[in-house]
Design a protein around this ligand. Structure first.
Ligand code: AMP
Ligand code: ZN
Length: 456
């Protein structure tokens, strides 16, 4: 039995798929006006671990992740500057060039973090008609009204509005901004925005209401029900999506189709830096490229993220990341000496599943993994159990388990030379050679029976 925490019901629930053996999973994906930062990537790693855990449990998962390539406004109140336009001005490119460039960058990060690619990555700009159709349906059902700058969802018309955040409309309104322009109430949100008069946009489309572009939330409602039927099983995103983006997605889908969008809504907590928010203006926001420039293996970041439960904040520091990198190196080194997989290790498999199936307790699962590694069962049994665990961890251990370290000829020559100078007790030269070997990426350790090499 698998238990997952459902934001909608505010409790851990036994997961029951809509169709036996299958799971429809929609994960809110990236906006593509800039590189994903490691906070964004934490939320995608959470979705990846969820997907892999469901697969370990035997489900056939269909995962959809949207790419938000349509410009949207910088704040939740449908105002502020358009991030896509900011990027175009910064880089002197068209909106479509920006979107393509950062979509490719995102997919590269997905690869480097060993995130399993979604089965479908629908792009908002390729689904304008689906979004227009849903707005049309909302209008027919009496949930939409038009102002001078767009078409809005009337949140007062949907009795259940606010249920994802667990607030009534009145409670939501009490916390909302006062300046609402022509909107009927502060919680109403844009379904379609008209292009501002006299401004030519790269991304604008004809619609029954006038030339413009979709509101921020409609793409996820329209595309999720296109690629997964409504309701589907699980919808994920970052915790900041609960009160606005997902509340509004759910409202749109319910308003248009009369059904719930998804049964289970799951949200990953934030990655913080120095206990606070990450932000470009704060200068504490890192990308995978920047980690790689600092010689960090992206999989070490994956290990670091898995060390915390997805519903707890995780504070990023380079020291903690380094500790994760060291643990990973130690693990890779240890498993090289193991024999290839044989039967056994079931006790650890069971403990591992118990941890993960309890709302994805990856920290506990990692502890079980180290118990396995340190245990005295046969190494072939360890190998089998570890590789099964790694189907969820995604550390790529299949390249290490039972695979002897291949040392290049030039490094072997240095090692041999070093053994020679040690016999003649030339310690200075021996130390020099150790440094040279280190520069080539290997650490020498001197043991009674000769020297042993491991990867830096
Ligand atoms: P965006 O590209 O801005 O739409 O963000 C992509 C995802 O990252 C969303 O699911 C956000 O909720 C999530 N997110 C943004 N900042 C953080 C953070 N500091 N830690 C974890 N997730 C984040
Ligand atoms: Zn979304």
């Amino acid at each position: 039995m698998m238990k997952l925490y459902n934001t909608l019901t505010r409790q851990k629930e036994e997961f029951k798929p809509i169709h036996a053996g299958k799971v429809g999973l929609y994960a809110c994906g990236p906006t593509v006006y800039w590189f994903a930062h490691i906070g964004n990537l934490r939320s995608f790693l959470f979705a990846d671990v969820l997907r892999r855990t469901l697969e370990l449990a035997g489900y056939d998962v269909n995962m959809v992740m949207n790419i938000t390539d349509v410009g949207h406004l910088t704040d939740d109140a449908d105002s502020g500057e358009d991030k896509m336009i900011v990027a175009m001005q910064r880089e002197g490119k068209t909106a479509f060039e920006i979107a393509d460039f950062y979509t490719d960058a995102f997919l590269k990060d997905v690869g480097r973090l060993n995130i399993k690619p979604a089965h479908t990555y629908p792009r908002a700009t390729k689904h304008i008609q689906e979004q227009i159709d849903m707005v049309t349906q909302l209008e027919k059902n009496g949930f939409a009204y038009t102002t001078s700058d767009g078409v809005y969802f009337d949140t007062s018309k949907l009795e259940s509005y606010g249920r994802l955040s667990g607030q009534s409309l009145d409670e939501k309104l009490a916390g909302a901004r006062v300046d609402i322009g022509e909107k009927k109430q502060a919680t109403d949100f844009a379904l379609w925005k008209f292009s501002p008069e006299g401004v030519k946009r790269d991304m604008e489309w004809e619609s029954p209401w006038g030339v413009g572009f979709p509101g921020w939330h409609i793409e996820c409602s329209a595309m999720s029900v296109k690629y997964l039927e409504a309701p589907f099983d699980i919808h994920t995103g970052g915790i900041d999506h609960i009160s606005v983006h997902h509340e509004n997605e759910l409202a749109q889908t319910e308003g248009a189709l009369g059904v719930d969008q998804a049964n289970v809504w799951m949200h990953g907590e934030f990655l913080t830096v120095d206990g606070g928010k990450m932000g470009k203006s704060l200068g504490n926001l890192f990308t995978v490229d920047q980690l790689v420039e600092k010689d960090v293996d992206p999989i070490a970041f994956r290990y670091f993220v898995l060390g915390a439960h997805y519903r707890t904040q995780l504070n990023f520091t380079f020291e903690a990341l380094e500790a994760s990198g060291n643990a990973l190196k130690r693990l890779r080194g240890l498993v090289r000496d193991w024999s290839s997989a044989t039967d056994g290790g079931e006790e650890f498999d069971k403990r591992f599943d118990a941890a993960l199936f309890d709302d994805l307790n990856t920290a506990q699962a990692l502890a079980v993994m180290w118990d396995l590694v340190d245990s005295d069962i046969a190494s072939g049994a360890k190998a089998k159990s570890l590789l099964r665990m790694d189907s969820v961890f995604g550390f790529g251990l299949e390249l290490y388990v039972g695979v002897a370290l291949e040392i290049p000829e030039d490094v072997l020559a240095l090692v041999k030379e070093r053994e020679g100078v040690r016999v003649s007790k030339d310690w200075a030269r021996s130390d020099e050679l150790r440094d040279e070997i280190l520069e080539k990426g290997y650490v020498v350790e001197d043991a009674a029976d000769g020297s042993k090499l491991s990867e830096k």
